[in-house]
Design a protein around this ligand. Structure first.
Ligand SMILES: [Cu+2]
Length: 153
């Protein structure tokens, strides 16, 4: 009896750990950090495409020299590099951590000189369906394991 509940409890803990692990930290630009990218804006769109962003994840902007991080509210502002409607405050100290609190597209730019025009901006989009599907499949596997354990004890 105790053994059975112990095994089930163990599965529940594993499930909690795996589901909880969804909150990730993303270092913007990886090794490039937050900088004027040598090849233009493509650097950050390529980086962002490789990531899976979820609500609760944290972005870390690392830089040296003079940069900042402004979250602008519209795609138009992002495209035009204007910072008239900044959400929250402009972050001026590296490393700057930003938690993704809603699943709307987040637009970040650097407001220093022409950095944004030169490509220092990143668009964070959500809606990758791979993770929820994987989590769903994982739950089914866990459930099957639990049922199988109970029927064998
Ligand atoms: Cu900059």
């Amino acid at each position: 009896m105790a053994g059975r509940f112990g095994a089930i409890g163990c599965l529940v803990v594993i499930a909690a750990v795996v589901m909880g692990a969804a909150a990730d930290t993303h270092t913007v630009g990886d090794g490039l950090g937050w900088a004027v990218p040598p090849g233009g804006p493509i650097a950050y769109s390529v980086w962002a495409d490789k990531q899976t962003f979820e609500v609760g994840d944290t972005l870390v902007f690392n830089w040296t020299g003079t940069h900042d991080v402004a979250r602008v509210s519209t795609k138009a502002e992002f495209d035009n590099c204007t910072a008239n409607s900044v959400i929250g405050t402009i972050l001026t100290t590296s490393p700057a951590n930003v938690t993704l609190d809603t699943n709307v597209t987040h637009y970040f730019i650097c407001t220093i000189e022409s950095h944004c025009y030169l490509g220092q901006k990143v668009e964070i989009t959500f809606g990758n369906s791979a993770s929820p599907l994987a989590a769903g499949a994982f739950s089914v596997v866990l459930f099957a394991l639990a049922v199988s354990l109970m029927s064998h004890m």
